[in-house]
Design a protein around this ligand. Sequence first.
Ligand SMILES: Cc1cc2nc3c(=O)[nH]c(=O)nc-3n(C[C@H](O)[C@H](O)[C@H](O)COP(=O)(O)O)c2cc1C
Length: 168
Amino acid sequence: MNKIALIYSFNTKKTGKIAAQIKEAFDDDSLEMLNAEEITEKLFLSYDRIIMGVATWFDGELPNYWDEFLPALEDLDLTGKRIALFGLGDQKGYPENFLDGVGIMASILEDRGAVLVGFTSAEGYEFESSRALRENRFTGLAIDYENQGSMNKQRVAAWVEQLKKEFA
Ligand SMILES: Cc1cc2nc3c(=O)[nH]c(=O)nc-3n(C[C@H](O)[C@H](O)[C@H](O)COP(=O)(O)O)c2cc1C
């Protein structure tokens, strides 16, 4: 398999923990951890398989650590890239915006020509609305540390197995 980038903010605790679990589950040296706060267009484009960590902050918005790279991202040609998103959200605290960040990022990436992989079922979650929802699936992996933290490892493990196939 070609090398894979796992891009997330190294300054986050919970997102960082999930990134570490993903790395462990992949158990493969081809997975490289990159800091979202230092990512450049050139580095991003050097990978054809990318995993991005996108929590939801500010009532339905992207975390501000993605702000700096976003204008560049919105200009890139992502044709041929397979990208998987994992997101953290709080379905009880923010039921109207659960996981919106994943949905926002999904639209940006698809507009630039990327193929998104790693969609997951929304069964087992309770919320009112989410920009990450398409029919009954999220456009990535939904992690709810606050309310369903005990399911993290199991969700990550199943997702990584799915990605191994979808990245192949
Ligand atoms: C001020 C604030 C706003 C938030 N807004 C949302 C939201 O709109 N939707 C959501 O699903 N989660 C929301 N969350 C929950 C976070 O996504 C959740 O706490 C997540 O675990 C944060 O992970 P991080 O600390 O690694 O960024 C919010 C949290 C805070 C503190």
